[in-house]
Design a protein around this ligand. Structure first.
Ligand code: 5GP
Length: 185
């Protein structure tokens, strides 16, 4: 892909191209296939950001699985976590006895995922693991949890694209990039 020709003007830097993303997703999918071959896992997509990763990931997993969707909000239109979590849409499937994999776009402080993981664990599943497309590295900070499957690490900046938004925009960018500060300052 010719990045400079297709890069959105609000993007400061492309972190991962479409091709690099597809390589990452293939690797995560292969690991999940290996680990869950006879377990019929339930992949839970956290809307809306993880929807693009989810769509690619399930096609990179070569074993029977089912899918469900949840929505939780913590950020609103801001670029910093509010610390407030709310379940806006719950699962339609009972998960008792199921092997659950939470599919998330990005782990920053880990607050959202630690809350969601506890919530799902209280419903008697056989297991709950996390597949995060990206984990944000912040100097001097340890995230609240370590996902079993991590696609990539990103620097401490606000990233958009590949499902990730700012105020609902940029989700459709096929690459992952850092948003220019002037867009949100
Ligand atoms: P945490 O609770 O781990 O601090 O934040 C996780 C959630 O915050 C993610 O699911 C995502 O919705 C949002 N988030 C965190 N960092 C970023 C970022 O760099 N870009 C975007 N678009 N969303 C982010």
């Amino acid at each position: 892909m010719e990045i400079s020709a297709t890069m959105h003007p609000d993007i400061k830097e492309v972190l991962l191209t479409q091709e690099q993303i597809q390589d990452i997703v293939r690797q995560v999918g292969a690991r999940i296939t290996e680990d869950y071959r006879d377990k019929n896992p339930l992949l839970v997509c956290i809307l809306r950001g993880a929807s693009v990763f989810m769509a690619d990931l399930i096609r990179a997993i070569d074993c029977p699985l089912t899918v469900d969707f949840m929505a939780a909000s913590s950020y609103g239109n801001s670029t910093k976590s509010s610390g407030i979590l709310r379940i806006d849409k719950d699962l339609q499937t009972p998960i008792d006895g199921r092997h659950v994999i939470i599919v998330e776009d990005i782990l920053d402080s880990g607050l959202t995922l630690s809350y969601l993981k506890k919530n799902l664990e209280s419903r008697n599943p056989a297991s709950v693991e996390i597949a995060a497309f990206s984990v944000k590295d912040v100097a001097g900070r340890t995230p609240r949890l370590e996902p079993k499957y991590v696609g990539t690490h990103v620097p401490d900046a606000f990233v958009v694209g590949y499902g990730l938004d700012y105020a609902e925009r940029y989700r459709n960018l096929p690459y992952l990039g850092i948003l220019k500060e002037e867009v949100y300052e």
